[in-house]
Design a protein around this ligand. Structure first.
Ligand code: ADP
Ligand code: ZN
Length: 512
C-alpha cells in the first residue's frame, strides 16, 4: 500500500496498522475496484471507506439504513477531523450540506437509502465529484437477508449512472445465499468478494435450556464481575428482568426503544462508562456502541437468526480478552417462532424456516457450537474449538449419523409424502397394508433398521426436523429440507444428546 495511506491511517485515525482484511479492502477501493466486504462486527468496516474518503479526490457517499447509527458514525468521523455531513429527514442543514458538496468541501456524506435513490439527489451528485459509493449494511438489499429493505433495491440505477465511481458494499451478516444475492443486486463481480474470518476465539459460547431463568441469570451475573448485556425478547421483559436481577446488588439498567429518549441515553452512557453494569436490553441496544470490555452477553430467549446471534453475542470481548456468550432457550421459543412464520406471506416463509432450523441445530447439538456458527458463515473450522460448553464438557451423546441417513433415504425413496409412522414402519420392516400396496417392501431401505437402533428413529426424526433436514408438507408428509444434502453426502454428522437434562431431573425428583 502507498506510504501516504499508512500515514493517513496513523495521522487521521491514530491507528498503527490495518487489521485483518482492511488493507485488502482499502487497497481495492483505492484501485477503483468494486468490492463486497463481509466483516464481522467490530472488524472495523467504517475505516474501509472513511480512509479512502480522506485519501481520494471527491466525496464518498455512504448509504446507511439507520439514522441513529449514521449519526454515531458521523460524529466519530467529525471527531477525527473528517469533513463529513449527513442528509436525512432529521437534518436541518440541508442547504449548507448541498453547498458544501458542490464546493468540494465534503469528504464523507451519509445518506439514507430512500434519499439516495431520489431524482433530486442524483441531480445533486451530478454537480460534484464522487469518489466512492459505500453501501453499508448491504444485506438489506437481499430478500434472503434477515433485514430486507426495498429502498436498497432502488440504489442500483444510482450506482449505474456513475459507472466510473467504485462501489464498496459492506455487511457483517451474510450467509452464502445472501452474499451471492448482494453481488448480483449491486453489480459486483465475484472476484470482488472479500471475507474476513468470523471466529472470535476469546468468546466462550454456551447454550442452556431455560430452567428457572431468573436464577440462571443471577448465577451468571454473580460469576461475572465485568460489564454484561442480557438480551430479552420484549420491552416489558427487559424492565421486569432488570428489576429482578438488580436486587442482587449489581448496577442493572434496562434499555429499549420505548423508553423516554433521555432515560435511554442516560442508561447507555452509564453503561459505557461502567466497569460492572448489567444492561438488560432488547436487540435495539448495542448497534454502533463502542464498548470493548463487555465481558458477557446473554440471550434470555431464542435470537432471530444465527446472524443476529453472532452479531449480538459478538458485542462481548471486543478487546480480545476472555468473554462469554450464553444462550438460554426453551422449546416454546421454537413454537412461537413457527407460529410467527405461519402468519407471514408465503414467499418469506421458507427463508424464515431455514433460519429457525439453523438455530435449532445450534441449540440441539452435542458438538462444537463454534463450528456450527462458523460453518454457517461458510468457514470450515477444525473439529473442537476447546472454548465452548460442548468442547469443554462433552455431553453424553451418541452418533446417530447412520440412522439419520437411513431415515432421509427412506423419506426420499418413498416419494417424500409420508409421515414419521410410515417411514418407521418401512425402515423396521413392518408388514402393513399400506407398505404392501405401495410396494415399499421392495425398496432397498425396507427393514434396514433393527434391534436397538429402532429406538433412535423417533429422536432422529425430531433432530432432523429441528435442523431443517426434514420438513413437513401441508398434509403432514415428510420432505427433504435444505440441510438434508450435507448429511446424506457425509459432510455433516447428526448426534443425539442423551438424556435431556429436564427429563433426568424430573425422574430423580420422582425417585427421591
Ligand atoms: P464495525 O463497523 O465493523 O463493527 P467499527 O468500524 O465500528 O467496526 O470498528 C470497531 C472498532 O475497531 C472501533 O473502535 C475502531 O476504532 C477500531 N478499529 C478499526 N480499525 C482499526 C485499526 N486498523 N486499528 C485499531 N483499531 C481499529
Ligand atoms: Zn467448541
Amino acid at each position: 500500500m502507498q506510504p501516504d495511506i499508512l500515514t493517513l491511517l496513523h495521522d487521521v485515525f491514530g491507528f498503527s496498522g490495518f487489521r485483518g482484511v482492511q488493507d485488502q479492502v482499502v487497497g481495492r477501493v483505492m484501485a477503483g475496484r468494486p468490492t463486497l466486504a463481509i466483516m464481522p462486527t467490530g472488524a472495523g468496516k467504517s475505516l474501509c471507506y472513511q480512509l479512502p474518503a480522506v485519501a481520494l479526490d471527491g466525496c464518498c457517499v455512504v448509504i446507511s439504513p439507520l439514522i441513529a447509527l449514521m449519526h454515531d458514525q458521523l460524529r466519530a468521523a467529525q471527531a477525527v477531523g473528517i469533513k463529513a455531513a449527513s442528509l436525512t429527514s432529521v437534518d436541518a442543514d440541508w442547504r449548507e450540506t448541498q453547498d458544501r458538496l458542490r464546493n468540494g468541501d465534503l469528504d464523507l456524506l451519509y445518506v439514507a437509502p430512500e434519499r439516495a435513490s431520489g431524482e433530486g439527489f442524483r441531480n445533486l451528485l451530478r454537480s460534484t465529484r464522487i469518489a466512492l459509493f459505500a453501501i453499508d449494511e448491504a444485506h438489506c438489499v437481499s430478500e434472503w437477508g434477515h433485514d430486507f429493505r426495498p429502498d436498497y433495491r432502488l440504489l442500483r440505477p444510482l450506482l449505474d449512472e456513475f459507472p466510473d465511481v467504485p462501489r464498496l458494499a459492506l455487511t457483517a451478516t451474510a450467509d452464502a445465499h445472501t452474499r451471492e444475492d448482494i453481488l448480483v443486486q449491486l453489480g459486483i463481480p465475484r472476484e470482488g468478494l472479500v471475507i474476513a474470518g468470523f471466529d472470535r476465539p476469546n468468546i466462550r459460547y454456551a447454550v442452556h435450556p431455560r430452567d428457572g431463568l431468573n436464577r440462571q441469570l443471577a448465577d451468571l451475573i454473580a460469576g461475572n464481575p465485568g460489564p454484561g448485556i442480557i438480551y430479552a425478547p420484549t420491552r416489558a421483559a427487559t424492565e421486569k428482568l432488570a428489576e429482578a436481577l438488580g436486587r442482587a446488588g449489581r448496577p442493572t439498567r434496562a434499555y429499549h426503544a420505548g423508553l423516554d429518549p433521555k432515560v435511554r441515553a442516560a442508561n447507555q452512557t452509564a453503561f459505557i462508562a461502567s466497569e460492572d453494569m448489567v444492561m438488560v436490553a432488547t436487540v435495539a441496544f448495542g448497534m454502533g456502541i463502542d464498548k470493548p470490555d463487555v465481558r458477557f452477553v446473554a440471550h434470555a430467549g431464542l435470537p432471530k437468526s444465527i446472524e443476529g446471534y453472532y452479531q449480538e453475542s459478538g458485542r462481548a470481548g471486543r478487546d480480545g480478552e476472555p468473554a462469554q456468550a450464553h444462550l438460554f432457550w426453551g422449546a416454546e421459543d421454537f413454537a412461537r417462532a413457527r407460529m410467527r412464520i405461519a402468519e407471514l406471506e408465503s414467499a418469506r416463509q421458507q427463508g424464515e424456516r431455514t433460519r429457525i432450523a439453523a438455530l435449532g441445530a445450534l441449540v440441539e447439538t452435542g458438538t462444537c457450537r463454534r463450528a456450527i456458527l462458523l460453518r454457517h458463515f461458510g468457514e470450515n473450522p477444525p473439529p473442537g474449538c476447546g472454548n465452548c460448553d460442548n468442547c469443554l464438557n462433552p455431553p453424553p451423546s451418541i452418533d446417530a449419523t447412520q440412522t439419520a441417513r437411513k431415515f432421509l433415504s427412506a423419506v426420499y425413496r418413498t416419494g417424500q409424502s409420508f409421515g414419521v409412522g410410515h417411514i418407521e414402519s418401512v425402515l423396521t420392516g413392518a408388514v402393513t397394508d399400506k407398505i404392501r400396496e405401495r410396494g415399499h417392501d421392495r425398496i432397498s431401505v425396507y427393514g434396514i433398521v433393527e434391534g436397538e437402533e429402532m429406538a433412535l428413529l423417533r429422536p432422529v426424526s425430531r433432530a432432523l426436523l429441528v435442523r431443517d433436514a426434514l420438513q413437513t408438507n401441508e398434509h403432514g408428509g415428510l420432505e427433504l429440507g435444505p440441510s438434508a444434502r450435507p448429511i446424506l453426502r457425509g459432510e455433516e454428522d447428526v448426534s443425539l444428546v442423551v438424556p435431556p437434562r429436564k427429563e433426568r431431573r424430573r425422574k430423580n425428583a420422582r425417585n427421591g
